[in-house]
Design a protein around this ligand. Structure first.
Ligand code: NAD
Length: 248
């Protein structure tokens, strides 16, 4: 098993059809103990319970530094160590740039970008002291192609910020044995976009995807597994596309 003896925190893992929960299931199946953190506390606990009694679910708003610190302290108390952090929590909003007001801008940056900083900062002292750790951050094809299919320009900006933040952390933490990487999914079928793609729009989207299908959460979970495991021990600062070839 690829993650035997390892422990992992996954943010945004409460949704049963989401990328976070697929990642949690994959990690658990590979021997990891998993802590699911989510704004939805009941959902996080329920998701963890589905994985088995050795896993935990914790309510945590990643936009709040104190909440991130408290959640990480609680995971350390339960597991004794943290080997992997998957920064997966995120929100989107499909509006045009001329409709973005300050409140929307701030909320999208806070969850998608500031949350990555706060949760990473919460685990970094522990990982540095152990000289070991893997942090994987979710970005999006929206950051790369300029404009999401379903997200607005504020979402593209936040997800592009994640790429810069992750690379800077990778550079600063490499000497401490901590790796930091990003994953850029294309269009993955989850609750974030459920019911938002018309059949007409789907045909248009598929025309731009060489593999001719939308992604599923497991497609992204598999990449997080690679980044969490020692298979990627010489990989840091990388950006891995999971988009069916959308950017070729
Ligand atoms: P999802 O809605 O199922 O998952 C997002 C999770 O984040 C939810 O469980 C939600 O409760 C949680 N969350 C929201 N705000 C939070 C906060 N402040 N603190 C803690 N948790 C919070 O959707 P998903 O598609 O699985 O999204 C997971 C990640 O993947 C997101 O960051 C999203 O931007 C990113 N992403 C998704 C796609 C896609 O096509 N689905 C593509 C690229 C990137």
């Amino acid at each position: 098993m690829l993650l035997s003896g390892k422990t992992a925190i996954i943010s945004g893992g409460a949704g049963p059809r989401g990328i976070g929960f697929a990642t949690a299931k994959t990690f658990a199946a590979q021997g990891a103990r998993v802590a699911i953190l989510d704004l939805d506390e009941a959902g996080a606990k329920n998701a963890a319970a589905q994985l088995g009694s050795q896993h935990i679910g914790i309510g945590c708003d990643v936009t709040k530094k104190d909440a991130c610190d408290a959640a990480v302290a609680s995971v350390l108390k339960s597991f004794g160590q943290i080997d992997v952090l998957v920064n997966n929590a995120g929100i989107t909003q499909a509006i045009k740039v001329w409709d973005i007001d300050e409140k929307s801008w701030d909320r999208i940056q806070e969850v998608n970008l500031k949350g990555v900083l706060f949760l990473s900062q919460a685990v970094i002292p522990h990982m540095r002291s152990r000289k070991s750790g893997s942090i994987a951050c979710i970005s999006s094809v929206s950051a790369q192609r300029g404009g999401g299919i379903l997200g607005g320009a504020h979402y593209s900006a936040a997800k592009a910020g994640v790429l810069g933040l992750a690379k800077a952390m990778a550079r600063e933490l490499g000497n401490d044995g901590v790796r930091v990487n990003s994953v850029t999914p294309g269009l993955i079928q989850t609750d974030i976009n459920a019911g938002k793609i018309s059949d007409e729009k789907k045909v248009e989207i598929l025309a731009g995807i060489p593999l001719n299908r939308l992604g599923v959460p497991q497609d992204v979970a598999n990449i997080f597994l690679f980044l969490a495991s020692d298979l990627s021990s010489y990989v840091t600062g990388a950006v891995i596309d999971v988009n069916g070839g959308m950017l070729i």
